[in-house]
Design a protein around this ligand. Structure first.
Ligand code: HEC
Length: 128
């Protein structure tokens, strides 16, 4: 009886550790929306944002240790690379009415709240 309870507790603790590890990287969707007439595009916003905060790790030109652990196929030096993982970028880096996600970038210069809100809007517009 006691042993079963102890096992259940241990399992619960493990599950919590796993959940916390996950939530450290991915937050909830920001639920940002695309306002009519949004002016944010790759040229006016996305490229400069990614270059300033992301592409020192997430770029096609980087391999091996130079990626500093950034996973393959998460390359933000082109708009196509961004669109391919748009939802995950929202869940790690953007801000909106439902969440402010700040796990990326993991170090160095961080985007301002205004910039994270713009990122959420641009992604919600399908990253034009
Ligand atoms: C210092 C290097 C570095 C910078 C800069 C950086 N990242 Fe990351 N990124 C990582 C690492 C390392 C991981 C893997 C983290 C993990 O698995 O816990 C990661 C993971 C991610 C993931 C999740 C990938 C998956 O597993 O699906 C996304 C999305 C992401 N980064 C987006 C961004 C965005 C957007 C920026 C810029 C705002 C950014 N990152 C800046 C290193 C970086």
């Amino acid at each position: 009886m006691i042993r079963a309870a102890a096992r259940a507790l241990a399992a619960a603790a493990l599950a919590m550790t796993a959940a916390c590890g996950e939530s450290a990287l991915f937050g909830p969707p920001t639920e940002a929306s695309c306002p009519p007439g949004s002016t944010l595009t790759w040229d006016s916003f996305g490229q400069a944002f990614m270059t300033r905060y992301c592409t020192r790790c997430h770029a096609r030109t980087l391999t091996g240790a130079d990626r500093q652990g950034a996973p393959s196929f998460h390359d933000f030096d082109t708009v196509f690379g961004v669109r391919a993982v748009r939802v995950h970028i929202d869940e790690t880096s953007a801000a909106g009415p439902a969440a402010v996600n700040t796990s990326m970038p993991p170090d160095g210069e961080r985007p301002s709240m205004a910039e994270r809100l713009q990122l959420g809007e641009w992604l919600a517009c399908q990253a034009p």
